[in-house]
Design a protein around this ligand. Structure first.
Ligand SMILES: Cc1ncc(COP(=O)(O)O)c(C=O)c1O
Length: 378
């Protein structure tokens, strides 16, 4: 049996999501049709919307279904930025360089529209420096974009404090909650910000579907022209099967289960340290499932490949382009040297990960690390 420790990349489909998707796959209608078949499809979409609204602590008319976390981030961030500019705010975006390409890419697109993009200072664990943020924010601007939890380090931001700084200087706030959803309570986070993004496949739903929560009263424009679906904010016939799966996953999400995961991860971290590893961001507040380890002098990609041969799925955390793995942009942005950044292995646990699975990894690692240090030094 393979051991799967790459939940931050994609998590297994929850049984309730699978069942909801099978039911939706047998539902014929287009949710926009007014006949009975259409109304049956509409009911599935609206049930899912209610579940996502509940997860976010929001109202149903604040939820917009999208094709995933990436589109939800783009819709929220681009939408807020254009709205703020139209309201006369200075065209500036503040975003940490450690954030996901989903939001950094949206910021780059805004730069092509004339927005100035500035990177918020973070410490070595990826925590936003609140004093630096307050100084940057004082000049005024459109949107401060942050991630609730970092995808590689697991580091959690102080969303309430960041949002308070933003408000004091008239900025809107976008929150990428893709990695946090299902692992921490979202409602208190949503209450502090103006828009929030989640993704199906990180919380037990399918990939290719996500949702943006957009605070009521903010007139967010759609990203492209077309029909009037999603109250005019996201044109295109709804992905009924995906939305039903996301709704069921949102309903089943239980952050309480991640308290246990955090305890399991802490025990695993202690075992890794005993093997000579350094754990990144160990002292920072983190989502409990993410363990980013460095074995000095051993390339992370080589360790990940060796673990794969031993039936263990882990990750370096960094993107793989044309077969070659670049040093992680996140680790470079928190100040690591290239050689250190190349020595990264991210283990991301799920609610069903067992101690026995983690013990097996600990058993495998000494020989793998020794071999990699000899053949693939950083
Ligand atoms: C923090 C974060 N934001 C956004 C995304 C994008 O989500 P999706 O894969 O659904 O497009 C991811 C996916 O890895 C992520 O980790």
């Amino acid at each position: 049996m393979r051991i799967y420790l790459d939940h931050n990349a994609t998590a297994p489909l929850a049984p309730a999501a699978r069942a909801a998707m099978l039911e939706a796959a047998s539902t014929l209608g287009n949710p926009s049709s007014i006949h009975g078949d259409g109304r049956a499809a509409r009911a599935l979409v609206e049930d899912a919307r209610a579940a996502v609204a509940r997860l976010c602590g929001g109202e149903v008319d604040e939820v917009v279904f999208t094709s995933g976390g990436t589109e939800a981030c783009a819709l929220g961030l681009v939408g807020l930025a254009r709205l703020a500019r139209d309201r006369g705010r200075p065209a500036r975006i503040l975003i940490p360089a450690i954030d996901h390409p989903a939001t950094l890419g949206a910021a780059e697109a805004l730069a092509r529209e004339g927005f100035a993009i500035a990177h918020v200072r973070v410490d070595g664990a990826g925590r936003i420096d609140l004093d630096a943020l307050a100084a940057d924010a004082a000049a005024g601007g459109a949107v401060i974009a942050i991630a609730a939890a970092n995808h590689e380090l697991g580091t959690i931001q102080d969303v309430a404090a960041i949002a308070a700084i933003a408000r004091a200087h008239g900025w809107l706030v976008h929150l990428d909650a893709v990695q946090a959803a299902g692992k921490v309570a979202l409602a208190p986070l949503a209450a502090a910000v103006d828009a929030l993004a989640i993704s199906g496949h990180k919380l037990g739903g399918p990939a290719g579907v996500g949702a943006a929560w957009l605070r009521r009263g903010l007139a967010i424009e759609p990203l492209w022209p077309g029909g009037h679906q999603e109250r005019g904010r996201r044109p295109g016939t709804e992905n009924l099967v995906g939305i039903a799966g996301l709704g069921a996953a949102a309903l089943a999400a239980d952050p309480a289960r991640f308290v246990e995961v955090a305890a399991r991860a802490a025990r695993f971290e202690a075992q890794l340290v005993a093997l000579g590893a350094t754990i990144r961001a160990q002292a920072a507040p983190r989502i409990g499932n993410t363990v980013n380890a460095r074995f000095a002098g051993a390339r992370g990609d080589a360790i990940v490949m060796a673990l794969d041969l031993a039936e263990v799925s882990a990750s370096t955390g960094a993107a793989c382009t044309s077969g070659s793995i670049k040093p992680s942009a996140v680790l470079l942005a928190v100040g690591e040297a290239v050689a250190d950044a190349r020595a990264a292995v991210r283990f991301s646990l799920g609610a069903d990960t067992t101690d026995a699975e983690l013990d097996r990894v600990i058993e495998l690692l000494p020989a793998i690390v020794a071999r990699v240090r000899r053949h693939a030094p950083t």
